[in-house]
Design a protein. Structure first.
Length: 285
C-alpha cells in the first residue's frame, strides 16, 4: 500500500474518505461542548461517528487530574499511556474532528503537537461536512482496539504557562491573542464560569475565533493570513488564549496554516488569569 502522508494540518472530507482504510491512519472524535450546552461529545460519538473513529476525551480523561483548572494538559507519562490505550503508536497519522465543524478538534491537535507528534491534522468542517458530503457513518457500540505504543515528548515551546504569559505581555517580539468574543474580552459580558472576572490581560489583543471560520470551516489560507497580518508580525512569537484553552487552539492552528512557526497555547487561559485576584485585569466598558 502506498505510503500515507497528510497534505497539511487541515484535511477535507474527501481526502479522509479516500484514505480512511489506510492502516497507518487513525481518526479521533474530540467533540466537546461548553457545560451550558448540556451536550455530551462522547454520547454523540456513540450514536454516530466516522467509521473507526475513537473518542478523544480531553475534558474528563486525557487531562491533568491534579489541576483545579479545566482540561489541563496531562504529563508525558499519562498522555503516553492513554494514547497507547486508544490503539495509537508514534507511526500513526491522526485526523481529528468534532461534531461542531471546527470547535474542539484543534485543541486535540495542539495537544498532540505539544506532546511531540507532528503527523496530526484536523478535519475541516468536521462531522457536519462529512455527513453533508454523503460519506458513511458508523452507529452502535464501538469496537475494541488493540493497545498501541505511543511515547510522548513534551514540547515546551508549544505550551505557555502563567509565568511565560506574564513575561510575554510586555515583550514586543511576542503577541498574546485572545480568542474570546469582543464582549467577553472587553468585560461587557460576564464570564460564564463562576468566580472568573470579566475583561482581559493588559497588553493582550482580541481575535475572536469565529472571525477565522465560515460555516464550520476555516477561511481560505489567504483570508486567514489577511486577518492575522494586522495583529501578528511574521517573526513574532504567538501565545493564544481563550476561556479555558480550547478555542485558543483554533488561533494556533490558523497561525500554523499561514506559516507561523513560534506558536504556543496558554493552557490555563482566562479561567486561570481571570480567576486570580492577584493578576491585573483590563475592562473597556
Amino acid at each position: 500500500m502506498k505510503r500515507l502522508q497528510l497534505p497539511s494540518a487541515l484535511v477535507d472530507s474527501n481526502w479522509l474518505k479516500a484514505h480512511l482504510q489506510h492502516p497507518d491512519l487513525v481518526v479521533l472524535d474530540a467533540s466537546w461542548h461548553m457545560p451550558a450546552a448540556k451536550r455530551s461529545g462522547e454520547q454523540e460519538w456513540r450514536q454516530q461517528r466516522i467509521p473507526g473513529a475513537r473518542f478523544f476525551d480531553f475534558d474528563s480523561k486525557i487531562k491533568d487530574n491534579d489541576s483545579a483548572l479545566p482540561h489541563m494538559l496531562p504529563s508525558e507519562t499519562q498522555f503516553s499511556r492513554q494514547i497507547s490505550e486508544l490503539g495509537l503508536s508514534n507511526h500513526h497519522h491522526i485526523v481529528i474532528y468534532d461534531s461542531s465543524g471546527i470547535f474542539a478538534a484543534p485543541r486535540a491537535w495542539w495537544m498532540f503537537r505539544a506532546m511531540g507528534h507532528e503527523r496530526v491534522a484536523v478535519l475541516d468542517g468536521g462531522l457536519p461536512d462529512w455527513i453533508q458530503q454523503g460519506h458513511p457513518l458508523e452507529q452502535g457500540e464501538p469496537s475494541d482496539v488493540a493497545p498501541g505504543h505511543f511515547v510522548a515528548h513534551r514540547q515546551a515551546d508549544w505550551i505557555a504557562d502563567l509565568s511565560r504569559v506574564q513575561t510575554a505581555l510586555s515583550q514586543p517580539d511576542t503577541r498574546v491573542l485572545d480568542a474570546r468574543s469582543l464582549e467577553r474580552f472587553s468585560g461587557q459580558a460576564a464570564d460564564p464560569r463562576p468566580g472568573v472576572r470579566p475583561g482581559h490581560m493588559p497588553g493582550a489583543h482580541c481575535l475572536p475565533f469565529a472571525d477565522l471560520l465560515q460555516q464550520g470551516h476555516f477561511l481560505p489560507r489567504e483570508q486567514l493570513a489577511k486577518t492575522l497580518t494586522p495583529l501578528l508580525g511574521p517573526e513574532q512569537h504567538l501565545i493564544c488564549s481563550c476561556g479555558s484553552g480550547v478555542t485558543a487552539a483554533i488561533l494556533a492552528l490558523a497561525a500554523s496554516l499561514t506559516g507561523h512557526k513560534h506558536i504556543a497555547v496558554y493552557d490555563g487561559s482566562w479561567t486561570e488569569w481571570g480567576g486570580s485576584t492577584d493578576l491585573p485585569v483590563v475592562t473597556d466598558h
